[in-house]
Design a protein around this ligand. Sequence first.
Ligand SMILES: [Zn+2]
Length: 148
Amino acid sequence: MTIQMNSMQLDSQVKLALVEHAEQNLPEECCGILAGEWSGKTLSKVTRAIPIDNFASQKKSTQFEIKSSSILQINRALRKEGLDLLGFYHSHPNGRPEPSKKDLAASTAWPGYYHIILATSEYGETSFNAFMTNKPTWNQIPLNGALL
Ligand SMILES: [Zn+2]
């Protein structure tokens, strides 16, 4: 038996929504919630991205904050639809698709949850990576299906 890595499948519509959200929010970071079907140990399917206002009180170009009341409210609505909260996403304007020191310490770095980081460049290119959050490091995981 081979050990299966945790991985993520991303609907192409979700991919598009993430990229659009990141580009619309420039020069500030965008953020939101990833939802879909939780598989347990191997592969999860992200079928929905829910944009949330960046609640950071300052320097929104280099940081983001998601209000915990927003997370609770969205989680409740998702459960009614039979969907799971799988994780979070945010963007790095003119940055890299890697977690910053602040990201690693962020309150949304819930152990065992997904996190997508999008990096938008001034040349209109957007790249992203998926991670499984885990303190003190985040493990990059493969994205199946729709890759940029
Ligand atoms: Zn970040």
